[in-house]
Design a protein around this ligand. Structure first.
Ligand SMILES: [Cu+2]
Length: 129
């Protein structure tokens, strides 16, 4: 009896551990610099949780604009204020984490909307598989 209680406690621990690992969000880092996103293409799997970790490595401001992508995603309520009108705006040296789930497969464009930055190459893509 005692042994079976211990065994079920162990099994419950393993089961919850496995569930946590499966549902744990994966972090994807997007570095903004002069004048590119690294990586330029982000690949997500539809329906899985992610933390998009945006880092502005430059001294000046940049933003990550992907209106269609963000509009088709479910953004965690506590992170919604970080995505204003489909864009994440960061001053030099700032970073921000956005927890989200992408709901619709597709290829979405991203760019920095600061003056001339996208023409200097600050563009990218988000692919949702
Ligand atoms: Cu920029």
């Amino acid at each position: 009896m005692r042994r079976s209680i211990l065994l079920s406690a162990l099994l419950a621990t393993f089961a919850s551990g496995a569930a946590t690992a499966q549902n744990a969000p994966q972090t994807l880092t997007v570095e903004m610099s002069n004048f590119k996103f690294t990586p330029a293409t982000l690949t997500l799997v539809r329906g899985r949780p992610y933390i998009l970790h945006f880092v502005n490595a430059a001294s000046g401001g940049h933003d990550f604009v992907a209106k269609d992508f963000f509009a088709a995603a479910t953004i965690a309520p506590e992170d919604r204020a970080k995505v204003r009108n489909g864009e994440v705006e960061l001053s030099g040296g700032e970073s921000a984490d956005v927890h989200l789930v992408a709901n619709t497969a597709g290829t979405y464009k991203s760019h920095c909307s600061h003056f001339l930055h996208s023409s200097f190459g600050m563009t990218g893509m988000v692919v949702v598989q």
